[in-house]
Design a protein around this ligand. Structure first.
Ligand SMILES: Cc1cc2nc3c(=O)[nH]c(=O)nc-3n(C[C@H](O)[C@H](O)[C@H](O)COP(=O)(O)O)c2cc1C
Length: 324
């Protein structure tokens, strides 16, 4: 075992970490090597003040990046021990990773790792084919492996009740001009290293749609290509809603997303009912679960698509600091 991670290991792992999802593809993360440990922080300059006033979204994204970081290090043979929020005085540092004894990666780590570059948010309509029971089970296991839970919303009336909550949260958000302006600022019609490319934004909302889409792209919808009538909706939750719970939820989210990708499934994220506190509480009560919903996903079989751009590793690395 070496005494710490090297810059080469850091750079390789960060290239994988940045493939994580983030609100409007803001990529609100920074990485650095300090005393042989890799540290992951939120980048407060990349928080969306109107969409994400509490910083929840930066911590979910940070947790998702952390999961990729762990996976990348493990597959390279140098797995990490992780301490979440290692410095109480510096809450922006979400995690510190130090090397464990080297070992060979497990088959699960290898298959989840291989899914990193293939995962993307698929906002288009899915095929009507149901998600098989074994895949549903694997998705739940993925959340549990990261100390979170995944509740599938089953049955037409439960899905309709969820959709009502989601649509009303969407309407609340849409009434805020600052929220709309923020979204418009992050839609990209030209090649860019961040933001949501308009081509990836999915079709415009139409009156017959059950679930509200965030409205990034506004692509015209081909006739007869409505959304699936009975979407598989899954709610990811943590035992609470502290900063650490949110980072755990981000890791669980990424594990669920990579597990879905590995199973040939497509996913889009739907966080309006998480962002509006009344809707989040209604969702929590409807599920009858302890803990706090942290993300909602629509899961199914989608058409192929491509990953969205990211900033380069140099853009997200801070220079090494050896003393604190
Ligand atoms: C906390 C969080 C909330 C998100 N909420 C939504 C959402 O409500 N609607 C949506 O279409 N995408 C949502 N996304 C997905 C991001 O827009 C997406 O991850 C980002 O644009 C990068 O694209 P990719 O997932 O294809 O890599 C969310 C992502 C995160 C991490």
């Amino acid at each position: 075992m070496g005494t710490g991670y090297t810059e080469t290991q850091l750079r390789a792992a960060v290239a994988d970490a940045v493939r994580a999802p983030s609100l409007h593809n803001t990529q609100p993360w920074r990485f650095r090597l300090r005393d042989g440990g890799i540290e992951l922080s939120v980048d407060p300059a990349r928080r969306l003040p109107a969409t994400d006033p509490s910083g929840w979204g930066t911590r979910i994204a940070g947790g998702a990046a952390l999961f990729n970081l762990r996976l990348s290090l493990a597959v390279a043979g140098t797995p990490a021990t992780v301490r979440l929020r290692p410095y109480p005085a510096d809450p922006d540092v979400l995690a510190r990773l130090v090397p464990e004894l080297p070992r060979r990666p497990t088959p699960t780590e290898q298959s989840l790792y291989a899914a990193i570059p293939r995962r993307f948010s698929n906002r288009a309509p899915f095929w009507p084919d149901p998600v098989p029971a074994d895949a549903r089970w694997r998705l739940g296991e993925a959340a549990r492996a990261e100390q979170c839970w995944l509740e599938l919303v089953i049955g037409v009336s439960a899905v309709n009740a969820f959709a009502e909550v989601a649509r009303s949260a969407h309407r609340v958000l849409e009434r805020d001009p600052a929220y709309r302006a923020e979204r418009a600022d992050w839609i990209r019609t030209e090649p860019a290293p961040d933001g949501v490319p308009a081509r990836a934004g999915g079709p415009q909302n139409e009156p017959q749609d059950l679930l509200p889409s965030r409205g990034f792209g506004g692509l015209d919808r081909a006739p007869g290509r409505d959304f699936e009538p009975e979407p598989l909706v899954a709610v990811l939750g943590a035992t609470g809603n502290t900063v650490v719970d949110q980072v755990l939820a981000g890791q669980a989210l990424q594990r669920v997303l990579l597990t879905a990708t590995d199973a040939g499934l497509a996913v889009s994220l739907l966080s309006q009912p998480i962002e509006v506190s009344g809707a989040r509480e209604a969702l929590r009560l409807s599920l009858g679960r302890f803990g706090t919903p942290q993300m909602v996903m629509r899961i199914g079989y989608g058409q192929p698509g491509v990953a969205t751009p990211r900033r380069g590793v140099d853009e997200v690395l801070d220079v090494a600091v050896t003393q604190r």
